[in-house]
Design a binder for this molecule. Structure first.
Ligand code: PMP
Length: 434
């Protein structure tokens, strides 16, 4: 069978023959063989509670989603130049969740493709090519996406910001450039600086792109009022506003279906990825009629796999499942419970400097008394949680933020289990002496 290699054999082969710029999770890598709901299982039938996978949105291998894909795959799969009910049905499902202005959809296969298309749309619409982006933002793996991802071009192997990319400081109110009073204004002024800088070069703004909670930057929530200020500055300069909802979308925020809705703004373009296919590669770009009309300038946009009947059947079933199982409500209730309990933990264990996020998209930042990041403690905590069968990921520029972004079927019982082991490991020597 294809499932009988030892982990050492798999690792040895990978090192030689699979892309070398990809890291493996954990010091002792795990081989996963099954998924169900909030759980993953390795080849030794060890069960893991998964707080990492924001792709398996409605639960690993959700029965109805799997069935929708299997049924359509047995019937027909083809490109979207033929009429098909599934693509229209998926467009309708998405439009129902969006503000009325955002009512044109383009279907693609990944978050990177979605942002790649959004960048092209912004360039055509504005006639400009300058982008304003947050420090530590990540928007995908293609050339254009890396060019607007400070997380990449300012990180290892990167060469700094390209000529047409303008970075403002990450609007982090805990350890960022501005804290305390007027943070939203101060960060918005930094966006204005970018605009002024672009104008001083006799150019103008193509777009401003940001996630409503900056995930790779360490689960950083935007200060209240920042986004609406930034949006009006950018629009005044003729640019479009893009909300990257690849991680934050589809109900995970709890209070709202999309992250931008937390900030009372309406973007011109919204990019949708990871959760939409529950593990199947399907993604989308929603935009206004104006943007869509401008982009239809004669050059055709064709995407072989984008919007195919199988992907659309799967994505529609994911969105219906979020609704019928009331998973946005679950993300709200379980997320608020977990956040409140984590805040209580932070009172008892000062190593937890900050607890933040919305719904089932949370972050715990580990710091010392002077707010210095504690990366090795964060790494230790994540590896010790794995020893207890709980998967947790780490992010942030200083590798000191534990992320919690499980399938949104994550229950209160799951949250209690997570808290139980966190509490236990936080008392271990390595966590208390630093
Ligand atoms: N945008 C954001 C915010 C992401 O987190 C990611 C993936 N981590 C992407 C875009 C790119 O998506 P993909 O890997 O599906 O191409």
């Amino acid at each position: 069978s294809s499932n009988t290699s030892t982990n050492d054999e798999l690792i040895t082969y990978r090192k030689q023959h699979l892309g070398k710029s990809l890291s493996l999770q954990y010091k002792t890598p795990i081989k996963m063989v099954r998924g169900a709901g909030v759980y993953l299982m390795d080849q030794f039938a060890q069960k893991y509670l998964d707080t990492v996978n924001n792709v398996a949105h409605v639960g690993h291998e959700h029965f109805r989603v799997v069935k929708a894909g299997q049924d359509q795959m047995a019937l027909l799969n083809t490109n979207s130049r033929y009429l098909h009910d599934n693509i229209n049905a998926l467009a309708k499902e998405l439009i129902e969740t969006l503000p009325p202005e955002l009512n044109v959809l383009h279907f693609v296969n990944s978050g990177s493709e979605a942002n790649e298309l959004a960048i092209r749309m912004a360039k055509v619409y504005s006639g400009e090519k300058d982008f304003i982006v947050s420090e530590f933002g990540y928007h995908g793996n293609t050339n254009l996406c890396v060019d607007i991802s400070s997380y990449k071009f300012d990180g290892k192997g990167g060469k700094g910001a390209p000529e047409y990319t303008h970075i403002f400081p990450i609007p982090n109110t805990f350890r960022g450039k501005y804290r305390g009073e007027n943070t939203a204004d101060n960060y918005a002024k930094e966006v204005q600086h970018c605009i002024d800088n672009i104008k001083s070069k006799k150019r103008n703004v193509a777009a401003f792109i940001i996630e409503p909670i900056i995930s790779c930057g360490g689960q950083v929530e935007l200060p209240e009022g920042f986004l609406s200020k930034a949006y009006s500055m950018v629009r005044k300069a003729g640019g479009v506003c893009i909300s990257d909802e690849v991680q934050t979308g589809c109900g995970r925020m709890g209070k709202t279906f999309w992250g931008f809705q937390l900030h009372d703004v309406v973007p011109d373009i919204v990019t949708i990825g990871k959760p939409l296919g529950n593990g199947h590669p399907v993604a989308a770009v929603a935009c206004t009629q104006k943007v869509a009309d401008a982009f239809a300038n004669g050059m055709e946009y064709f995407n072989t796999f984008g919007g195919n009947p199988v992907s659309c059947a799967i994505a529609s079933e994911v969105l219906r499942t979020v609704k019928t199982e009331q998973l946005q409500q679950n993300a709200l209730e379980v997320g608020e419970f977990l956040k409140a309990e984590l805040k209580k933990l932070s009172k008892k264990f000062p190593i937890i400097g900050d607890v933040r996020g919305q719904g089932l998209f949370l972050g715990i930042e580990l710091v010392d008394d002077s707010l210095n990041p504690l990366a090795s403690q964060t790494d230790y905590l994540s590896n010790r949680m794995k020893d207890h069968g709980i998967l947790m990921s780490i992010d942030g520029p200083d590798h000191n933020v534990l992320k919690i972004k499980p399938p949104i079927v994550f229950s209160k019982e799951n949250a209690k289990e997570l808290l139980f082991y966190l509490r236990k490991i936080l008392t271990e020597d390595f966590m208390t002496t630093y």
